[in-house]
Design a protein around this ligand. Structure first.
Ligand code: AHM
Ligand code: MG
Length: 331
């Protein structure tokens, strides 16, 4: 009977509204922006669920039998999020993994900048494994009217006013923070609503899961190799699906560390500072965890380029500290 009961509880909309009331001077623009992201997430979720039937997996550039261009899901997700943010009106400029240059929405009065990876985990899109969307929100620092500037887009992660991700997994969840803790919402597809399911997420201070692509082991820094030996001595569990959001989300809830170090192929690491690392760094810190590039805190790094990469060590604080100990011993 319990299983048949409709979910009762707080919808994302109501939660956002309540939060706004706690700040008497809040104008509601950030609230609107978060609702726009949630709307795009619902649309993208629908596209992902139907992808196998619609024939939108596979390579961008392929043509279907009618000779129409087929679009890959990451391109579709990019279009959906940009459209939602443009229509919402609060965002002047968007940085997307899918676009080399910044996107000016034309909302010259918009106060916010959004950096996003609309669909992360590209290798998992076509094989039915969890994928995600990552987003960061900044307040523009330039004049309140006109296009956002490059400086607006290259703020350090510490200046994020909100950050979050959507995981399209065995269920779809939206997890976000505005700097007052981390809350997770699970999507109920038949009602079309996100419900608060994970209030005030805290990550365990210690964990037993380590996540990295050990295929690159030979070119990992010596300190990381030594840490991985240590994980094996401790009989830790190795978990890596190759979707950052999926690997991060599991470790956030269960306790663990995710490592993408510098490798021979990717001398500055693979992940992008502005729209992958920063958002997850804000979330993990809000959940009591840590995020660094092996030495420096991710959130204090000042980006110089939109698509700049950074090594990433992120997760339970005691595990991240342990990685640092090994890195310091083996320079
Ligand atoms: P993408 O943005 O092209 O999808 O690349 C980012 C992804 C992350 O989701 C994942 O953690 C990582 O790349 C996996 O990389 P690798 O296949 O080198 O292990
Ligand atoms: Mg990505």
């Amino acid at each position: 009977d319990d299983q048949l009961a409709l979910p009762v509880g707080t919808t994302l909309d109501r939660f956002i509204m309540r939060k706004q009331e706690e700040f008497p001077y809040a104008t509601g623009e950030l609230s609107q922006l978060l609702r726009d992201i949630a709307l795009a997430a619902k649309i993208v979720n629908r596209e992902i669920n139907r992808a196998g039937l619609l024939g939108i997996t596979g390579n961008y550039g392929q043509q279907n039998v009618q000779g129409e261009e087929q679009q890959k899901l990451d391109v579709i997700a990019n279009i959906r999020f940009i459209r939602a943010l443009r229509n919402g009106g609060e965002v002047c400029t968007i940085i997307s993994e899918e676009d080399d240059h910044v996107i000016q929405t034309g909302n010259t009065e918009g106060k916010y900048i959004v950096a996003m990876d609309p669909l992360d985990g590209s290798s998992n899109i076509d094989v039915n494994v969890a994928i995600g969307t990552i987003f960061s929100v900044y307040r523009r620092t330039s004049d309140a009217s006109g296009d956002g500037t490059l400086e607006d887009c290259l703020q350090s992660g510490a200046r994020q006013v909100a950050a979050g991700y959507i995981i399209y997994g065995s269920s779809t969840m939206l997890v976000y923070t505005t700097g007052c803790g981390v809350n997770g919402f699970t999507y109920e597809p038949s009602l079309g609503e996100f419900f608060l399911s994970h209030p005030m997420i805290m990550t365990p201070s210690e964990g037993k899961i380590y996540s990295c692509n050990e295929g690159n082991l030979n070119s990992f820094p010596e300190g990381i190799k030594a840490y991985l030996d240590y994980c094996k001595e401790q009989n830790y569990t190795s978990r890596y699906i190759g979707s950052l959001v999926g690997d991060f989300h599991r470790n956030l809830l269960k306790g663990g560390v995710y490592i993408y170090p510098a490798t021979a192929k990717a001398p500055n690491g693979k992940l992008r500072l502005v729209y992958e690392c920063n958002a997850l760094a804000m979330i993990i810190e809000q959940a009591g965890g840590m995020a660094t590039d092996g030495t420096e805190r991710i959130l204090t790094k000042t980006p110089t380029e939109l698509h700049q990469r950074s090594p990433l060590v992120i997760g339970s604080p005691e595990m991240v500290e342990k990685v640092h100990t090994f890195l310091a011993e083996k320079v």
